[in-house]
Design a binder for this molecule. Structure first.
Ligand SMILES: Cc1ncc(COP(=O)(O)O)c(C=O)c1O
Length: 345
C-alpha cells in the first residue's frame, strides 16, 4: 500500500530535480573548504538570510547546537521557550555537550515569549550566585505551537531587548521559508533582527539532508571549529549541497501550496463531528486536531485505524494529532485523509 504520510514534513523524499543535481554535483573536500557546490550553497543561503556567511551542517539540531556552543561557554544561560524544539527535542545537547543552562519561559499560544518575561529572566551579571545570561532563542515557524509564523515586528522587539541587555539572539528558523510565505515577506526580513539563524533544507524544502547556520563572517569562522568537534565536518558533501541548491531555487516559492492544502485539511476535519481542530492565525503547513470530549477512543487507536486505511498521522498526546502537509501531499491525499478520518471516528 502506498501511504499518505502526514506525520511530518521531515518524511519528504528528494524531488527528481534534486536527484539529478546530486548525481551531477561537482565535489571537493569540504573540510578543506574546497567543495564548490557547498561553497555555492553557503553563499546562496547567507544571501537569502541577509547574513555575511553560512555553514552547511548535517541537521537542524547540529545547527542550533553549534550556534549555542559558539555563543555560550559552560555555565552560561540561554533564555528559550518551554515548547521550543531546542528545549524539547534536541536531546538536551546544549547542556550535555556544552554545559549551557536552559532558562525556559512559557511559550504563548502564538509561539512568542512575553517580552516582560524575557526581561525578567535576564540575570544580574554582578551577582555570582547566578549563571550568566548570554543568549535568547526564538523559533519560526513555531512547531509545537501549531506551526505558526512569528512576525518581523515581534522579532525586532526581541532583538532590541537582547541588544540593550548585551545578549545575542539566535533563531531556530528550521521552517523560516514557511513563515516568509505566510507573512509575505522575504526570509531575510525575519532574520534581520537576529545575530544567527539556522534553517533546514530538508523538511518542507524536500532536500534529503542538511541545514545552514548563518551569521557574521567572524561568528561562522568560529562555528567551523565547533562543527568539527561535533563530527559535522563532512568531505565530498557537495552531493547533498546540490539538493540544497535545488531546494533554495525551486522549493521555497511553492510553500504557499502546502499552506493552502493545510487549510483545506483543517476545514475538512473541522466539519467532522467528534474532531476539534486547533485553528490559529498565521498557521502554515501543520494541522493540530483533538478528539472531542466523549469520543470513546484515543489517539493511538485512531492512528492505527487510519494506518489501516493508508493514512499516517502523528499522535502527539493521548487525544491529539499533528498532520503536516508537504510537497508529496496533493489535493487527492487531502480528500482521502478527511474521508478516512470521518469513517474512523
Ligand atoms: C523547529 C525545529 N527545529 C529544529 C529541528 C531539528 O532539525 P533536524 O531534524 O534536522 O535535526 C526540527 C526538526 O523537526 C524542528 O522542527
Amino acid at each position: 500500500m502506498e501511504f499518505i504520510d502526514l506525520r511530518s514534513d521531515t518524511v519528504t523524499a528528494p524531488t527528481p530535480a534534486m536527484r539529478e543535481a546530486m548525481a551531477k554535483a561537482d565535489v571537493g573536500d569540504d573540510v578543506y573548504g574546497e567543495d564548490p557546490t557547498v561553497n555555492r550553497l553557503q553563499k546562496m543561503a547567507a544571501e537569502q538570510m541577509g547574513k555575511e556567511a553560512g555553514l552547511f551542517v548535517p541537521s537542524g539540531t547540529m545547527g542550533n547546537l553549534a550556534a549555542v556552543l559558539t555563543h555560550c561557554g559552560r555555565g552560561d544561560e540561554v533564555i528559550m521557550g518551554n515548547l521550543g524544539h531546542t528545549f524539547l527535542f534536541e536531546g538536551g545537547g546544549i547542556a550535555a555537550l556544552g554545559g549551557v543552562h536552559p532558562h525556559t519561559l512559557p511559550n504563548r499560544p502564538d509561539g512568542t515569549l512575553e517580552l516582560e518575561d524575557i526581561r525578567g529572566a535576564i540575570r544580574d551579571a554582578d551577582n555570582p550566585h547566578y549563571p550568566t545570561t548570554r543568549l535568547v532563542i526564538l523559533e519560526n515557524t513555531h512547531n509545537r505551537c501549531g506551526g505558526v509564523a512569528i512576525t518581523p515586528e515581534y522579532t525586532r522587539k526581541v532583538g532590541e531587548l537582547a541588544r540593550e541587555a548585551g545578549l545575542k539572539l539566535h533563531l531556530d528558523g528550521a521552517r523560516i521559508f514557511n513563515a516568509a510565505a505566510v507573512l509575505g515577506v522575504p526570509a531575510a526580513e525575519l532574520a534581520a533582527p537576529v545575530d544567527t539563524v539556522t534553517f533546514c533544507l530538508s523538511k518542507g524544502l524536500c532536500a534529503p539532508v542538511g541545514s545552514v547556520l548563518c551569521g557574521s563572517k567572524e561568528f561562522i569562522a568560529r562555528v567551523v571549529r565547533i562543527r568539527k568537534q561535533l563530527g559535522g565536518g563532512m568531505r565530498q558533501v557537495g552531493v547533498l549541497a546540490a539538493a540544497g541548491i535545488v531546494a533554495l531555487e525551486q522549493m521555497t516559492g511553492r510553500l504557499a501550496e502546502d499552506h493552502l492544502r493545510a487549510t483545506r485539511l483543517s476545514d475538512g476535519l473541522a466539519a467532522i463531528s467528534g474532531v476539534e481542530v486547533e485553528q490559529k492565525a498565521l498557521s502554515t503547513n501543520m494541522v493540530f486536531v483533538r478528539l472531542a470530549e466523549g469520543v470513546p477512543t484515543d489517539s493511538t487507536k485512531v492512528e492505527a485505524r487510519l494506518k489501516d486505511r493508508g493514512i499516517l498521522v502523528g499522535a502527539v498526546g493521548p487525544r491529539r494529532f499533528r498532520l503536516v502537509t508537504h510537497y508529496w501531499i496533493d489535493d487527492a491525499a487531502v480528500e482521502r485523509t478527511v474521508e478516512a478520518f470521518s469513517k474512523v471516528i
